[in-house]
Design a protein around this ligand. Sequence first.
Ligand SMILES: [Fe+2]
Ligand SMILES: [Fe+2]
Length: 257
Amino acid sequence: MAQRDTLRLAAVGDLHCTRHAPGPLQPLFTQVAEQADVLLLCGDLVDYGLPEEARLLGKELAALKLPVLAVLGNHEFESDQTEEVQQILCDAGVVLLDGDAYEVRGVGFAGVKGFGGGFGRAALQPWGEAIIKRFVHEAIDEALKLESALAKLRTPQRIALLHYSPIEATVRGEPPEIFAFLGSSRLEEPLNRYPVEAVFHGHAHHGCLEGQTSGGIPVYNVALPLLRRSFPDRPPFRLLEVPLPTPAELETSISHP
Ligand SMILES: [Fe+2]
Ligand SMILES: [Fe+2]
């Protein structure tokens, strides 16, 4: 029986490209080009959110000649130049997902940065001071953006990209005191409502590689420092092969821009 075609995804986050050194990232991009059809970047693309960092990274990514889909991380906001950083990356061909849906060869992608707030019973609630309510509403807004992106996809296979974690399991290994700043279980709700094939996130450099949502969806922490430590002899990205839709499935999948 003929094997079904697949789309090979390489996922990694937390490149933290500095203005001095895109150099260490070059071997990674070479290996991505050899092994994958699409590169997924899970935020903290640059280190201080500076345009010059984005220009260096953009140059490397443009040379890749692969579709590159990305979400922003908290580091892209550090220098208050987020819009310029985004524009530079878009000009380099990077598809930035901020509550958006995107398709590559009939496989659907939904992405959002996400936010903190904590997990399960320890999740921060919108109660008391206005600033606490704003903090919680930021996470709720990000979850709603993710939900609306997922709702737009009619593809048989869907992949979610985040920077912050939607579950506690993949941040374990970090100090428990900072769990609340590493993700929010509010992001998990849409992932269970609109089932996806896999979820990739970064941000928790000292977390765990894998977990799953309460609905059983695999969640992969692809923070580069974690991958480098965990697999010193392997290319530092998570490779996932997703089956391409059949012609019949393609006909029934309607794109909603
Ligand atoms: Fe990071
Ligand atoms: Fe981060």
